[in-house]
Design a binder for this molecule. Structure first.
Ligand code: SAH
Length: 215
């Protein structure tokens, strides 16, 4: 594992300051981002990129989400300690680490086998222990639900009904919806059959795809 010294901590403090400027106020989110060595999640040759507020390639044609996007989605979820959270799109595992750092119990699904295998080795070495699943996030994890929160980190073509039904009453889902660009929606399940939907603007994600990729 790489080093995490004063230089990295300094870069992280700058990133946190930048996120505050961009409107992130959730202290739990900011503390998690201030603590987690994001450079462990990307290739070691790119230290400066690790703490720029930018998305970055992580292999298998996927990206680690931009820190602002991670912070914004997590803030919309209003994560509390012991929340049971379903995450779709484990990717690098950075967002997973943020949720765990905030005290959530995390169930995370990835459809790319290569990423699923890599993250399963790496996160536990850093002390993070989500429940990892290889599969299609459109299906969710009904046997482990219902969930307090559901977080989708890939651009969905529409809001998957199966995921809505895995929310507790009072539960919250944050999901980017759209083909090329996405609108960020926060959905709250207000009763067995009722949901509210709010729009939080334009974002860009890699697409949420059906099925699994075994390569
Ligand atoms: N949260 C990640 C973001 C990774 S990008 C991070 O912080 O690094 C989105 C991820 O969603 C990709 O790894 C992609 O393979 C995965 N993905 C796309 N469609 C999916 C699906 N149907 N089920 C599970 N994962 C999916």
């Amino acid at each position: 594992m790489q080093a995490d010294g004063f230089r990295e901590q300094g870069l992280r403090s700058q990133l946190v300051a930048e996120l505050v400027k961009k409107g992130i106020t959730d202290q739990g989110v900011l503390a998690a981002i201030g603590k987690i060595p994001r450079h462990f999640f990307i290739d070691s040759a790119f230290l400066d990129f690790a703490y720029a507020d930018k998305a970055f390639p992580i292999g298998a044609g996927q990206t680690i989400s931009q820190p602002f996007t991670v912070a914004f989605q997590t803030q919309l979820l209003a994560i509390k300690k012991f929340d049971k959270v379903l995450e779709i799109g484990t990717g690098s595992g950075y967002q997973t680490a943020v949720l765990l750092e905030m005290g959530a119990k995390v169930y995370t699904i990835e459809r790319q086998r290569e990423l699923y295998q890599k993250v399963q080795q790496m996160l536990p070495l850093m002390g993070y222990h989500p429940n990892f699943f290889y599969g299609d996030g459109f299906e969710g994890k009904p046997t482990y639900g219902p969930f307090d929160k559901i977080l989708v980190t890939a651009g969905a073509p529409s809001i998957p009904e199966k995921l809505l039904l895995q929310l507790k009453i009072g539960g919250v889902m944050v999901i980017p919806v759209g083909e090329v660009h996405q609108r960020m929606f926060r959905i709250v399940r207000t009763s067995e059959s009722d949901f509210t939907k709010e729009d939080f603007g334009d974002f860009m994600f890699v697409p949420m795809l059906e099925g699994v990729n075994r390569s």
